[in-house]
Design a protein around this ligand. Structure first.
Ligand code: AHR
Length: 645
């Protein structure tokens, strides 16, 4: 739990007058009567490239469109930068790129430039580039120029191109002040990677900056893979954005479902998440179109996903492509599907194999010798949308191949199947608040003989770009149901996780965490996740809510080792709920308890990038005088009452 968010207040819970006890709303808790184990994996994260989640979000590359991959349209975020009387032209050049994977590059033809009036190209970042004082940024680019003789470009002069230096600077859009600059010398006729560091001094914190690369004399240069990285979480080279990782860590997640979602499937088979094209040096990653209407740099490739898990000390839930893409394209089960199944086996080996295996060795070559832990593999995503009916056969083929080689892996299905019994079934729920409330007991009477359930995507969808308090109340009501039934619902992950709140950043409304280039905030729903993840418990205990009213939801768990009881009460009504709480089966309780409350004045209350902490949890200490007491729960509130027993 993030420190510093909680006001600490000491109040007394009051003893219930016996005359009122009969009609009062009450919660009877049999502390010594566990009904089920709480799944230790219950809450996790679901992720995909949507809403600029990685590029422009968690993957903190500051240069937008750093690689000009095949199929990218016109240059959008790269524009001419010409100072004084300099003259230059910027274009995409076909067939001159630095690698087979990246056959295109940015051509900068400078026909007039001097030290005082240089020319080149600039990049506007992801809705700006964040600059902070006293900060080091790690940069690099690939470049080449003409080596000898007269260049084909008549405007450049022979002998000038070779050895031309490139100056890279971070410049404020409004003031024109340079926050940091570095010069890299001597381009040659061959593609080569150049590295530099930009170190800011007293530059004020701001997001309205751009990166500019200039040369001081006439020449033609080609550029690609221009990159600039800020400091990262745990200082991992090319790791994740610090503020966003801190927010994820505060949720106490247990797993990361990766890499999607629709992003795994792609609109077309050729646009699926082809993991083998996302590993190794950036220069070998061709980039690919995502179904969310923009291309992915694939900087967040398979190894980066796994390292993200490692940084949070959580497990991957590895979703493998399963032969279905969203434009109703599928691969027939049988021989045609075999290469895809093999790809999935290779992917599992890449994640888990020793360095003595083919793909484990490849992972070691990519910089991570140790295998990653893996217990769950998911076959596809939302395959009920495949109208061909091929999922049964496809799932069975993957299931058999994976079980044969990795008998201990749990194989998750994304739609009901008949030919084999899946270990786990992934069910998705995107709901208006009323449905989250009315369906909060969805799993109370569910069949316990079928597969275990993974609620791999779910959310109450009220408010955008991030959910409001009404959504958080709906989420919390729904979570009480998952928690009560976590013998069956073994895992759950809210989706989507991230949204860049800038205009054009959002493709899917109602996302847990919002951000721009500089800052981020958690929605009320985010805080509901933090509360439920932080006070999970190990066992569900028997409890009965009587006269709770139509919008009150509860779930009670205990931690058998620490002897803590966690009473979760969601009061989604506009009136306060004074609840008579009666604990049985305990020798003693209290005398102090912790009450953490997330609440607001109206269901529409929310957090925004400009007002990020309007709705945050508040912590109080309350005195508990015995096993029977009344606790008042505020209108529109999500509460965790933690008691020692
Ligand atoms: O979370 C957004 C999308 O919703 C996911 O990509 C997809 O699996 C679901 O339909």
């Amino acid at each position: 739990m993030c420190k510093g968010y909680f006001a600490l207040v000491v109040v007394a819970a009051y003893v219930l007058p016996l005359s009122l006890a009969a009609q009062a709303p009450s919660l009877a808790i049999q502390v010594d009567h566990p009904t089920a184990n709480v799944s230790p994996m219950l809450y996790g994260l679901m992720t995909e490239e949507i809403n600029f989640s990685y590029d422009g979000g968690l993957y903190p590359e500051l240069v937008r469109d750093r690689a000009i991959g095949r199929g990218w349209g016109a240059l959008e975020h790269w524009t001419l930068a010409a100072r004084g009387n300099s003259i230059a032209k910027v274009s995409i050049d076909e067939g001159t790129g630095p690698s087979a994977a990246l056959p295109r590059s940015i051509k900068v033809s400078v026909s007039a430039a001097t030290d005082a009036a240089p020319a080149g190209v600039q990049n506007d970042g992801y809705w700006g580039i964040a600059v902070r004082p006293q900060t080091s940024y790690a940069g690099s680019f690939y470049a080449k120029t003409y080596s000898t003789g007269a260049p084909a470009d008549s405007s450049s002069s022979a002998g000038w191109s070779a050895g031309v230096p490139v100056t890279v600077s971070l410049v404020n859009d409004e003031t024109g002040v340079t926050a940091a600059t570095a010069t890299v010398g001597g381009l040659t006729g061959e593609w080569k990677q150049y590295s530099f560091t930009l170190k800011t001094g007293q530059a004020p914190e701001s997001s309205n900056n751009h990166l500019i690369l200039t040369i001081p004399r006439p020449a033609t240069v080609w550029l690609d893979l221009v990159s600039l990285f800020p400091p990262t979480y745990h200082d991992r080279p090319f790791g994740n954005r610090i503020d966003l990782m801190e927010k994820l860590a505060a949720m106490h997640p247990k797993f990361l479902r990766l890499p999607g979602g629709n992003y795994l499937e792609g609109d077309h088979i050729a646009e699926r998440f082809e993991w083998k094209k996302t590993i190794g040096p950036w220069i070998d990653r061709p980039t690919h179109p995502s179904p969310w209407r923009y291309r992915s740099s694939d900087g967040m490739g398979l190894l980066e996903f796994l390292e993200w898990c490692e940084d949070l000390k959580i497990e991957p839930v590895l979703a493998v492509y399963a032969g279905y893409s969203m434009a109703q394209e599928h691969v027939e089960p049988g021989p045609a599907l075999e290469p895809y199944v093999q790809d999935a086996l290779d992917e599992i080996e890449y994640a888990t194999g020793g360095a003595d295996t083919k793909w484990g060795a490849e992972r070691a070559k990519n910089g991570h010798a140790a295998p990653f832990p893996l217990h769950y593999v998911e076959i596809g995503n939302e395959d009920e949308f495949d109208r061909s009916g091929s999922y049964d056969g496809r799932y069975a083929q993957y299931y058999k191949a994976i079980k044969q080689r990795y008998p201990n892996l749990q194989v998750i299905a994304t739609a009901p199947v008949k030919s084999v019994k899946p270990d786990v079934l992934d069910e998705h729920f995107y709901m208006p608040a009323e449905q989250s409330f009315s369906d909060a007991s969805h799993y109370d009477k569910a069949d316990r003989n079928g597969p275990k359930i993974f609620v791999g995507e779910w959310a109450t969808r009220e408010g955008e770009p991030t959910p409001n308090l009404e959504a958080a109340l709906g989420d919390a009501a729904w979570m009480t149901g998952m928690e009560r039934n976590s013998d069956l619902v073994i895992m759950a992950s809210y989706a989507p996780l991230f949204v860049n709140v800038n205009p054009g950043g959002m493709q899917w409304a109602t996302d847990l965490i919002g951000y721009n280039a500089l800052t981020s905030y958690g929605s009320p729903s985010y805080w509901a996740q933090v509360l439920f993840g932080s006070y999970l418990g190990t066992e569900v205990v028997a409890s009965t809510l009587t006269n709770g009213g139509p919008r009150v939801y509860t779930s009670v768990t205990r931690d058998e080792k620490s002897h803590k009881l966690f009473i979760k009460v969601v009061n989604a009504s506009s009136e306060a709920a004074p609840l008579s709480i009666a604990l049985s089966g305990v020798a003693s309780v209290g005398p102090e308890a912790k009450l953490i409350t997330l609440s607001g004045k109206t269901p529409n209350a929310t957090n925004t990038i400009a007002n990020p902490r309007a709705i945050v949890p508040v912590e109080q200490t309350i005195q508990v005088v015995g096993p029977k007491f009344v606790q008042r729960f505020a209108p529109y509130s999500i509460n965790v009452l933690e008691l020692s027993y």
